[in-house]
Every structure is written in structure tokens, then in C-alpha cells.
Design a binder for this molecule. Sequence first.
Ligand code: SAM
Length: 158
Amino acid sequence: MIELNKIYNEDCLVGLKKIPDKSVNLIAIDPPYNIGKADWDLICKLIGKYDYKLLLNKYMKSRYIFNNQNLPSVWQHEPIKQNGHTTPKPIEILKNIILTSSNEGDTILDCFMGSGSTAIACIYTNRNYIGFELNKNYYTIAKNRIDTCLENNKLHIN
Ligand SMILES: C[S@@+](CC[C@H](N)C(=O)[O-])C[C@H]1O[C@@H](n2cnc3c(N)ncnc32)[C@H](O)[C@@H]1O
């Protein structure tokens, strides 16, 4: 059984099968840049019954939660400091996504945690997370960042 607030060092295509139905409120992913359509179709099949086009169509027609914060259409952020991952994302952007599309106490899934930015954004916004990261080195970086975040409760971690 999958535990909440934990990153698993495993292929998400394996890990996703262990997540019980209807236990995730929001999927927030930053997939590897070379992902192809065939991979998307497989991930969509594992996540639900939709293929990618149907999922996109459904998403366009209905958003379940949108906590409007009068956000502009383009969010500008400073590039973040390198943390050992090649493509880390700013925590503030992830916090915005999570705050606008989920509620406190919800569970957020990130299949491609990288250096753990989504997990840290979840800690700051009082959400639970489930994460997967295939690369052992990135998994260790993520784990260390999360431990530091929980220990220091710092407001700015990059
Ligand atoms: C674009 S990066 C995510 C960066 C992350 N948002 C951050 O801020 O650090 C995508 C990550 O997906 C991981 N990955 C690729 N294929 C995967 C798979 N099948 N299962 C789990 N992780 C995978 C890569 O190792 C990489 O770290």
C-alpha cells in the first residue's frame, strides 16, 4: 500500500498501480522533456480510463477546483538556484498551481518528482503528496531537501 507524504525511488509506471482509486485529488507533474505520445497514452491509461485526447477534452470543459486568486495569465519567476537536478522548478510556481487547483488536506500526485519541488510546495501549502522518482541521485536530493524543509520550516528553499 502506498504511504502518503513519501517519495518512492521507482518507475511511476510501476508505482501508479499501487495507488488506490479515487485517493488523489490533483495530479501535478513536470514530465521528462523527451516523453512521447506513446508514453502519455500509457500514463493516462494507468491514471484513469481516458486516453490523452479525451483527458485534455474533459479538462478543457470542466475544472473541479479553481481557487481564483486573480492570477495573471503569465507567471514570472526568477530562475532558481541549481540544486543538483538539471531542471528544477521554482517552488512558488508549484505553490500557485497547488493553491489554485486543490484544497488544504488534499493529496497531490507527482509522478516525476525530480528534486522534490512539488513535495516541498505541498508541505508549505498543507497538502499531502505521493511522488515517484526513477533516478537514485535525484531521489536522494529530493529526500534531503524535504528533510531540510521539515527540520527548518524555511520559507524559501530553492
Ligand atoms: C522535468 S524533471 C522534474 C523536475 C522537478 N519538477 C523538480 O523541480 O526538480 C522529470 C523527472 O522525471 C524523472 N523520471 C523520468 N522517467 C520516470 C519514470 N518512469 N518514473 C519516475 N520518474 C521518472 C526523471 O529522472 C526526472 O528527474
